[in-house]
Unconditional design. Structure first.
Ligand SMILES: *[C@@H]1O[C@H](CO)[C@@H](O)[C@H](O)[C@H]1NC(C)=O
Ligand SMILES: *[C@@H]1O[C@H](CO)[C@@H](O)[C@H](O)[C@H]1NC(C)=O
Ligand SMILES: *[C@@H]1O[C@H](CO)[C@@H](O)[C@H](O)[C@H]1NC(C)=O
Ligand SMILES: *[C@@H]1O[C@H](CO)[C@@H](O)[C@H](O)[C@H]1NC(C)=O
Ligand SMILES: *[C@@H]1O[C@H](CO)[C@@H](O)[C@H](O)[C@H]1NC(C)=O
Ligand SMILES: *[C@@H]1O[C@H](CO)[C@@H](O)[C@H](O)[C@H]1NC(C)=O
Ligand SMILES: *[C@@H]1O[C@H](CO)[C@@H](O)[C@H](O)[C@H]1NC(C)=O
Length: 687
């Protein structure tokens, strides 16, 4: 055998071995961890042939591998480095779960949440010695895995697990601090043995079909801080023992079909800071239960019940109240002027009731108020100019009432500076995990149908509602906005002014241009008249809807300066003069309607975004000259539908390109590997 032959044989052997070791592994070192991960990678690639996530970039060659692979966390101890964490949340992973995680003997943190992994939770996980574990928001089914009480944190929320939770799952040495079984289909009673988990701080059983009594034994878990029992069918008798839980700050008993009066026991939970009782069928007991005397309650949520009669005045004396949520009841009568006395109130949500009378001017004293939600009542009278003193007020929704009169110029001062309130919240922020009711509230507080906010709806899960809520409260913007004349975007907070569906009239105050924190202005279906002040062009708007009013005169050309405008509805007004060519500068515009303005004339541009709108945007505008391309198409012909360009955001385009490049690279790498494997095998055989 020549040297050359020996050389090529050993090279081939090495390549062969490198490629083959990915399959045969066991042992305890970073190298074996890497091999297990490569196994995991091929397992994931096998079960997910499209939409492969970051794990497809796991490959062996850099000196820091596998610690520099996306989603992999390593820790060093006594000069040995090992894989201790795998984070693959929201990676579109489907199929069953990998069955060999226990081969990563130092794994302590495994997060596979927000995928669509199905099947059973494997016994293999019981062999992991130091795990944490987050399997929430998947499609796991069948029964609960019996290894969980040995963990510190176990979350399987938002899966399809069923059956009763058996008492023998809970052993004396249960070490759980956080147990989250929420949003599954568990049935039957909660076993009293759950109290063997003496270290529990957070117990979340919400969103199942648990029945029977709440076990009195829960009252002996002295470290318990948060107890989520909402959306179940518990009996309405709440055990007294829960009053012993000195650390309990969050109590959620929403949606349990409780009716009649609020149980008296709630008035004794003096330690509670969050009391969440929405979605029951209570009719009374707000006063008699004593809850209005609770000294520490920050959030009181009694929405979606059947309360009627007048709003309780006593609530205004609750010293700690920050969120008062009484929406979706049948409260009637006036809003008490005492509601201006809450010194710390940040959200007042009285929407969807039967309130009448006018908005009390005392609400102008609420200097910390961020949200004022009074939509869908029968409020009358004018908007009090005192509201302009609410310098934190960023989200004002008065839609669908019978308010009349002008917009007071003072109102343009709202939301000017909410910094002080946001600072308070940054200091206050609790570590309470995703709670209950946030999604319901977010849907009411964030207007779903409008572009700046609508994206939120696609990502609403229990956790995301909570984090969006937290971010809003601390003053972080949810989406980039840009100020007049500029397309530079910044993540600043974006407020809205929602006044549609009233009888408001008069002209818009020119000071509206000062509302620099507002991205949505919805004034539709009112009786506004007069010219639109050109200052509107100074607002950083994304949505401007002034449809169904009596605005007249020319459409201010300054609207063309609102660089980030996406949705402009001018329909059903009485605009005249010529169509402002400046609108052509609105490169983000994706919805446009100027229908039923019979006196508008001039020529509609045929370029940029205006090449994408159809005749449907120009109904009932006989004097308007439409672009030529519309001549031989009718609104609903398949041809015109097909031609309508689909708008994709730059980000989505970027992602699509990136995905293609990645797919190409992976395919190329795979091809080279197969080629090398075959080549080395051939060489080996030949030699
Ligand atoms: C787990 O490891 C064994 C060998 O230890 C192997 O036979 C099996 O295919 C592996 N399972 C997965 C899902 O990779
Ligand atoms: C403690 O947990 C182990 C499992 O790690 C179990 O085998 C053992 O029976 C438990 N001990 C008690 C006293 O429950
Ligand atoms: C919940 O449990 C009750 C009583 O066991 C049963 O009648 C009901 O159908 C269950 N509901 C669901 C949604 O499984
Ligand atoms: C809100 O009020 C408007 C107008 O009064 C009405 O059309 C709408 O149905 C109401 N919405 C709900 C959810 O009640
Ligand atoms: C504008 O508001 C009106 C109601 O006032 C509504 O019917 C219309 O759909 C809104 N336009 C857009 C584009 O959302
Ligand atoms: C609409 O505008 C036209 C032209 O400016 C004017 O003659 C007419 O009176 C206006 N109609 C209403 C109802 O304001
Ligand atoms: C514009 O408004 C008119 C009248 O409300 C409506 O019929 C039409 O469908 C709307 N067009 C678009 C593109 O939304």
């Amino acid at each position: 055998m020549s040297d050359e032959e020996t050389d090529s044989r050993s090279v081939a052997l090495i390549i062969f071995l490198i490629l083959i070791t990915g399959v045969l592994v066991a042992g305890d070192s970073l190298d074996t961890d890497r091999d297990v991960l490569l196994n995991l990678k091929s397992f994931l690639e096998e079960t997910n042939r499209v939409n492969q996530g970051g794990y497809s970039q796991w490959n062996g060659h850099s000196p820091d591998s596998p610690c520099d692979w996306p989603g992999i966390i390593c820790s060093s101890n006594n000069a040995t480095t090992r894989v201790t964490g795998i984070k693959l949340p929201n990676r579109q992973i489907a199929g069953e779960i990998f069955g060999n995680f226990s081969l990563l003997s130092e794994l302590s943190h495994l997060d596979l949440s927000k995928n669509t992994i199905s099947g059973m939770i494997p016994g293999d996980l019981s062999l992991c010695r130091n795990l944490y574990l987050d399997l929430s928001s998947n499609k796991f089914s069948e029964e609960l895995w019996n290894g969980f009480p040995r963990l510190l944190k176990f979350s399987v929320s938002e899966n399809h697990l069923t059956g009763p939770v058996l008492s023998d799952l809970f052993t004396e040495n249960c070490s759980l601090k956080i147990l989250d079984l929420s949003e599954n289909v568990f049935i039957g009673g909660v076993p009293v043995e759950i109290s063997k988990c003496r270290n529990l701080e957070i117990l979340n059983l919400a969103g199942n079909n648990f029945t029977g009594k709440i076990p009195a034994e829960i009252g002996s878990i002295s470290r318990l801080e948060a107890l989520y029992l909402g959306s179940n069918n518990f009996s309405s008798v709440i055990p007294d023992s829960l009053l012993n839980l000195k650390n309990l700050t969050f109590l959620d008993l929403s949606k349990n079909n409780f009716g009649g009066d609020i149980q008296k026991i709630f008035g004794n939970f003096t330690q509670i800071r969050f009391l969440v009782l929405h979605g029951n069928s209570y009719t009374g007991g707000i006063k008699s239960s004593g809850i209005l005397k609770l000294p520490n309650v920050l959030r009181l949520d009694l929405s979606y019940n059947n309360f009627s009669g007048s709003l309780p005045i006593e609530v205004s004396e609750m010293p700690s109240l920050i969120f008062l949520i009484l929406a979706y009841n049948q409260f009637s009568g006036n809003i008490p002027s005492e509601y201006g006395n809450f010194s710390r109130l940040q959200a007042l949500d009285l929407s969807f009731n039967r309130l009448n009378g006018s908005i009390p001017p005392t609400l102008g004293k609420l200097s910390s108020l961020l949200w004022l939600m009074l939509a869908n009542n029968s409020l009358t009278g004018e908007i009090p100019l005192e509201l302009g003193n609410c310098t934190s007020l960023l989200w004002l929704n008065l839609a669908n009432n019978q308010l009349s009169g002008k917009i007071p110029p003072e109102l343009t001062n709202i939301g000017r500076n909410a910094t002080a309130t946001f600072q308070t919240n940054i200091r206050l922020s609790t570590r309470i995990i995703a709670g209950s009711g946030e999604c319901l509230v977010m849907k009411r507080w964030i207007p779903a149908d409008y572009p700046p906010f609508s994206f939120v709806y696609n990502i609403l899960t229990r956790k995301s509602c909570r984090s969006i809520w937290d971010r809003l409260l601390q003053g972080y913007g949810l989406f980039p906005k840009c100020v007049a004349g500029s397309s530079v975007r910044t993540f600043q907070i974006s407020g809205y002014l929602q006044l549609s569906g009233n009888r408001l009239s008069g002209e818009l105050p020119p000071d509206i241009g000062k509302m620099q924190n507002f991205t949505m202005l919805h004034l539709g279906s009112n009786d506004f008249y007069g010219k639109i002040p050109p200052q509107i062009g100074q607002m950083p708007l994304v949505v401007l809807n002034i449809s169904r009013n009596n605005f007249l005169g020319e459409i201010p050309k300054e609207i063309g300066d609102i660089k980030c405008l996406q949705n402009l509805d001018l329909s059903w007004n009485n605009f005249s003069d010529t169509f402002p060519a400046s609108l052509d500068r609105l490169t983000e515009l994706s919805k446009f309607n100027i229908s039923y303005n019979p006196f508008i004339s001039g020529t509609v541009p045929a370029t940029r975004q205006f090449a994408t709108f159809e005749k449907d945007s120009y109904h009932g505008d006989p004097l308007l000259q439409l672009p030529k391309f519309m001549d031989n198409s009718t609104d609903d012909s398949p041809k015109s539908m097909a031609r309508k360009p689909k708008r994709r955001t730059k980000w989505a385009e970027f992602l699509a390109i990136l995905t293609k490049i990645l797919a190409f690279l992976i395919a190329a790498i795979l091809l080279v590997m197969v080629f090398l494997l075959v080549l080395s095998a051939i060489v080996l055989i030949k030699i």
